[in-house]
Design a protein around this ligand. Structure first.
Ligand SMILES: [Zn+2]
Length: 192
């Protein structure tokens, strides 16, 4: 069985005009999906499928918690999320996404895998800006961070070591000291 087999919805084989599915998106799910926005969470999804004369209407109710880096201190923070989303699915000749919410799937297969759609609904429900409540930020990180921003311009020019044989040793030391979160921060800084 593949990692995402349990998220396949058999539309062609639907016995009734509606069906209900429950999914729990846990850390393992987020690890398998490997999306950029969320790596950890515990999210419940209730999916209701309704068959109409022309299409299938998939309604997702998504509620739970994800852990994402705080914008201010980069520490992980717990973020409650809640979202209601709809997908319309039609049978056709080949797979196609028409607009944001209309999916065409090959009639021969007659099924749709909702694993990635659910991830997108979770990711889209995360507010653009998310920070810890006042006073809850990691203080050490916050002060380091403001120092880092002030000195990052100088650090960049120090990246070329001109110390002959000692070069590798110095680089290793530097790498060890770098918290992985600095790399994320650096990416952001480099993009600006
Ligand atoms: Zn914070």
């Amino acid at each position: 069985m593949g990692k995402f087999d349990k998220y396949k919805i058999d539309l062609k084989g639907m016995q009734a005009d509606s069906a209900k599915y429950e999914f729990v998106l846990d850390n393992l799910y987020f690890a398998h999906i490997d999306g950029p926005e969320v790596q950890k969470g515990k999210v419940n999804v209730t999916l209701t499928v309704k068959r109409t004369s022309r299409a299938f209407e998939l309604s997702f109710q998504t509620d739970g918690i994800v852990w994402v880096p705080c914008d201010r201190c980069l520490d992980e923070m717990e973020l409650p999320i809640s979202s209601s989303d709809k997908l319309m699915v039609k049978f056709g000749r080949e797979y196609a996404e028409e607009g944001d919410n209309l999916i065409v799937i090959p009639e021969e297969e007659g099924e749709i895998n909702v694993a990635w759609f659910m991830y997108e609904f979770v990711a889209l429900s995360i507010p653009m800006k998310h920070v810890h409540a006042p006073g809850k930020c990691n203080k050490a990180m916050t002060s380091k961070l403001s120092k880092h921003i002030k000195t990052s311009a100088d650090e960049d020019s120090d990246e070329v070591f001109d110390t002959g044989g000692d070069e590798i040793v110095i680089e290793e030391e530097v790498e060890e000291q770098v918290d992985p979160r600095w790399n994320e921060l650096k990416k952001i800084l480099d993009n600006n």
